[in-house]
Design a protein around this ligand. Structure first.
Ligand SMILES: NC(=O)c1ccc[n+]([C@@H]2O[C@H](COP(=O)([O-])OP(=O)(O)OC[C@H]3O[C@@H](n4cnc5c(N)ncnc54)[C@H](O)[C@@H]3O)[C@@H](O)[C@H]2O)c1
Length: 362
């Protein structure tokens, strides 16, 4: 079996060391960081890495056996020299587009890009166009769509025992671009990645963050979203992660950030608790990587894909546009929007002038 040559760009928390922060958290099955994911996967060889910080790369190299000769401060040089099959992008949201577009243009065939995909609709569109033009498969990490519990949840909905899916009530914490994107992605996944047709938004908490078209920090907001199949998503910013799928003859959901799984069957007012099927504990990062491996092996589309990630950004931008237009219903596709997130402290990160020290266990 072919082994694919992989590299990580951005060797910080999600790239290299986040497992040290989540030790013992029951919802996490390690490895969570991209470096750990590639190391654990027997179909990938982690041959190179890139970060602006040489000291961080040295630690990453020690942890994941990437030799000094495979450590690059310039990711473009790394891509030119290393003949890579899979590139993962674990820099901050504002810095994803340049790297993803460059990798696709240089012929990298699989890209594993961290959430949130992009800080604006224009950058998400440009990333999707580059991947599609150059035939690069793309998964956005590390999302609940790679979690076996949510595979079960989608299967319960799809096989129809509960009748047709009618609505999704789903919550998230923080802002839309960097955190709500987890929930947005899951909503799309549970509904079969069917496109949305219109969006209405209410996002008062985003207003203090906005200068004209630019948000200084990640803007939050609530939305009502109608999908082509008639399913309505109620997306709420509550600072919790709770997901409820309401069907004609029951509901299936998870509460307490994917720790409590609930299945209830019956009619309108007499739902009976039923057992949620068991599922294996698996690393969602390894599952996302293995999904790219499968796509490279077979030529079949990945479980995520660039269009679902792009469409998620489109919906979230439409929530903000709707809010700014007094709650007006925004019909999709939304061709363009000037709204974007620009956290100025991330400029220093991109120049290597600022960083978070990763938590280390050694
Ligand atoms: N899926 C999840 O649950 C999850 C959790 C945490 C973070 N994330 C995502 O991971 C991404 C990174 O976040 P983090 O918390 O790991 O950040 P971080 O600051 O710990 O790491 C980012 C690294 O990128 C490097 N970098 C910046 N520009 C670069 C460039 N041009 N070339 C090479 N390296 C560069 C920085 O030096 C830094 O070391 C973000 O998109 C974030 O949203 C996802």
């Amino acid at each position: 079996m072919k082994t694919y040559r992989a590299a990580v760009i951005g060797c910080g928390r999600m790239g290299g060391f986040i497992d040290n922060e989540v030790v013992g958290e029951p919802k996490h099955e390690p490895p969570y960081a991209h470096g750990g994911g590639f190391s654990a996967c027997d179909r990938t060889d982690l041959v190179a890495c890139s970060d602006l910080r040489e000291d961080l790369m040295a630690l990453f190299g020690e942890q994941y056996a990437v030799p000094k000769s495979g450590q690059y401060t310039d990711y473009q040089e790394m891509i030119a020299k290393e003949n890579l099959d899979i590139v993962s992008v674990a820099t901050h949201v504002e810095h994803h587009a340049d790297i993803v577009i460059h990798a696709a243009e240089q012929g990298v065939k699989a890209i594993f890009c961290e959430k949130g995909m992009a800080p604006s609709l224009a950058t998400a569109n440009a990333m999707a166009a580059a991947c599609e033009r150059h035939g690069a498969v793309f998964n956005m990490g590390t999302q609940r769509r790679y979690h076996p519990g949510f595979w079960q949840m989608r299967e319960i909905i799809a096989q129809g025992e509960l009748g047709a899916l009618q609505s999704l009530v789903m919550t998230y914490g923080g802002g839309l671009f960097d955190h709500g994107c987890h929930t947005m992605d899951l909503a799309q996944y549970l509904n079969g990645d069917i496109p949305a047709v219109w969006v209405q938004g209410h996002a008062p908490q985003s207003e203090p963050l906005r200068d004209g078209y630019v948000y200084r920090d990640d803007p939050g907001g609530d939305g009502v979203i109608l999908f082509e199949n008639g399913v309505t998503l109620y997306l709420l910013c509550t600072n919790r992660y709770e997901y409820q799928a309401n069907c004609e003859h029951g509901m299936v959901g998870t509460f307490n950030d994917s720790l409590d799984w609930v299945l209830r069957k019956g009619d309108a007012r007499s739902l009976r608790p039923a057992e949620f099927p068991t599922f294996p504990r698996q690393s969602t990062t390894v599952n996302a990587i293995m999904d790219l491996v499968r796509a490279l092996d077979t030529g079949d589309p990945p479980r995520g894909g660039v269009e679902s990630a792009r469409h998620g950004v489109e919906i979230m931008v439409a929530i903000l546009e709707s809010h700014l237009q007094g709650g007006k219903r925004i019909t999709l596709p939304l061709r363009e929007s000037n709204l974007r997130m620009h956290r100025t402290d991330r400029d220093a990160w991109q120049k290597g002038l600022r960083w978070r020290e990763p938590k280390l266990t050694v």
